[in-house]
Design a protein around this ligand. Structure first.
Ligand SMILES: [Zn+2]
Length: 279
């Protein structure tokens, strides 16, 4: 199962799914299993907005899941996806996999964000590129955390900047690779292969790397926070380096590590994260 457009301002995964389904219908390569594409926040996608009333990637909390009466547009969409999942129960589909497709506001190398639950981490390491562990443990109510809890194996994939053409190409690549790993698709049967997969693989000259989050810099609502300009996601930082200024005070690095998700938009409570390579 591939979910896309959970954030309505991130249509790249939906476009990728359309391309993939067109190819599957045209050339009919054999796959073992059932492939399901789910478009997330439909209403927000139509409007090109991140969400209508609340973030659909934060609604999957126990208090929302336990009631049947949705309080927002997003809770309604959440319940629709849960209803759909009933047709693909573990009894009927003993091995279930997911990829949740996203993009980021600033330019970034694509990466997998994986929660270390069940077989998620093992599955994630079948893919090339960067893998970040632990992000879903910090946030509450994300869809990947819900899927993992249901025993579905998978991860979130951040394909790059929202509107970059390369983001769609990266989404297509990860979906093809997921079909190979989960449904034993022979990629040679796909007309765009190898280009559609190599384009993604070739971004990582240093091969597969695994990172863990070692620090989150949270921001209070009334705080004034300004990230030093020019940081790229995954950029190396060193001890003593100026990272940001908050309420007139300098924030300097205590780490020889890498910066992750530096905040360059006005909204948000996560200033930046620090990640280190995992053993
Ligand atoms: Zn997103």
């Amino acid at each position: 199962m591939v979910t896309a457009g959970v954030h309505g301002n991130e249509p790249s995964g939906v476009y990728a799914l359309k391309t993939i389904f067109a190819e599957l219908e045209k050339n009919k390569p054999s796959i073992k299993g059932t492939f399901l594409g789910v478009s997330g926040n439909q209403n927000a996608l139509q409007k090109g907005k991140r969400f209508i009333e609340e973030d659909l990637n934060r609604t999957w909390k126990d208090k929302n899941l336990q009631k049947n009466q949705p309080n927002s547009h997003e809770q309604k969409e959440m319940l629709e996806i849960i209803e759909l999942l009933k047709d693909y129960s573990e009894e009927k589909f003993p091995e279930r996999y997911f990829v949740d497709c996203h993009t980021t506001s600033s330019d970034s190398l694509p990466y997998i964000s994986v929660q270390e639950v069940g077989k998620n981490d093992e599955f994630a390491h079948k893919f090339p590129g960067y893998i970040v562990r632990g992000f879903s443990d910090i946030v509450n109510g994300s869809i990947d955390k819900y899927f993992s809890k249901q025993g579905i194996t998978g991860f979130t994939f951040e394909a790059g900047q929202h509107t970059a053409k390369s983001s769609q190409a990266n989404h297509e690549a990860i979906i093809w690779l997921a079909l190979k790993e989960a449904c034993m698709l022979d990629l040679n049967q796909v007309s765009c292969y190898p280009e559609c997969v190599e384009i993604f693989k070739n971004k990582f000259e240093d091969g597969q790397k695994t990172f863990k989050i070692v620090y989150r810099h949270g921001i209070e609502d009334n705080s004034e926070f300004e990230m030093e300009s020019g940081f790229e996601n995954f950029e190396k930082i060193s001890e003593g380096q100026l990272l940001a200024v908050q309420d007139g005070e300098e924030i300097r690095s205590k780490w020889n590590a890498r910066i992750f998700m530096p905040l360059y938009q006005s909204q948000g409570n996560d200033g930046f994260f620090v990640i280190e390579e995992a053993d």
